[in-house]
Design a protein around this ligand. Sequence first.
Ligand SMILES: Nc1ncnc2c1ncn2[C@@H]1O[C@H](COP(=O)(O)OP(=O)(O)OP(=O)(O)O)[C@@H](O)[C@H]1O
Ligand SMILES: [Mg+2]
Length: 275
Amino acid sequence: MIVTVRQKTRASLSTATFSFPYDIRMDSLITPSSTTTGATPDLIAISGVNLSLGRGAARVHILKDVSLRIGPGEAVGLIGASGSGKSTLLMVMAGLERPDSGEVVIDGTSFNSLDEDGLACFRGRQVGIVFQSFHLIPTMTALENVAVPLELAGKPDAHERAARELAAVGLGERLHHYPAQLSGGEQQRVALARALAPDPAILVADEPTGNLDETTGRQIADLLFSTQRERGMTLVLVTHDAALARRCDRVVRLRDGHIEGPATERHWIETASLA
Ligand SMILES: Nc1ncnc2c1ncn2[C@@H]1O[C@H](COP(=O)(O)OP(=O)(O)OP(=O)(O)O)[C@@H](O)[C@H]1O
Ligand SMILES: [Mg+2]
C-alpha cells in the first residue's frame, strides 16, 4: 500500500511542476502542509545544474545536470565517494559557487536574479554554513567570531546575541577564548553558533564531524540535529559516516557528479558506509 501511495504521489508530482530525482519522505505523504499538497513549496529547488571548475587540462565537469528539491524542515544527508561533487553541490546550494547552467531557487528567490552583493546578503540571512575544518578567524575570540555575521547584517545587539548562541551550544564559559585555546569539538561548537546566529532557514554542513573523535563527533551531531528540530531548520549534511546519514530524513547519493535515482531505505543503509 505504501508503494502504491508513493508511486501515485510521484506520478502526480512528475506531471506537475516537479522533476526527478525526487525522493519523498514518508511523513510528506501524510502531513497536510507537505510539498505533495502544493501548500508548502520546496525551500530549496535545484534544477539542471552543471558546473565545471579549473582551467585548461585541469578543467573538471563536476556537477552534471543535478536536480534536487528539499522541503522546509527536512534533514537531507548527501553521500557519495570522495570526488563525487558533494562539497561542490553544497557550495552551489549556498550560493558560494555559481553554476554554468541551471538554476538554484531558495525560498522562491532564484540565485540567477541576484548580483554578487545581493547573493552575499541573501546567503547571510538564509544560509548557515559549517565546514569540516571549522574555518574560525584565529585572531578573534569565540564571541567575536560568532558576532561577525550579525555585525555584517547590521544587528545592533550582535555581541549579546553571539553570547546567547554560544551559551546555547554549551560554551557560555568560553566566550573570550581564541580558537587555538579551544578543543576541536569546542571550535566546531563555535562554528555552529556562528552559522546559527543569523537564524538561517537552511544549515549546510560539510562533514562537520570529520575532524573529531567519535564521542565528540556524536555530541556535535546531537547538537546539530536537536537544534535543527527546535528551530525547524532545513539541514543538508554531507557525510561519509553511515550512522550520521541514517539520522537524516532521507539520503541523496552523488556519483561522479550525478544524483543517483531515489534509493530504497535498505539500499542506502547497506551502502552508505561504502561512500
Ligand atoms: N577548483 C577546482 N578546480 C578543478 N577541479 C576541482 C575544483 N574543486 C573541486 N574540483 C574537483 O571536483 C571534484 C569534486 O570535488 P568535491 O570537493 O565536490 O568532492 P567531494 O564529493 O566533496 O569529495 P570529498 O568526499 O573528498 O570531500 C573532484 O574531482 C575535485 O578534484
Ligand atoms: Mg568534500
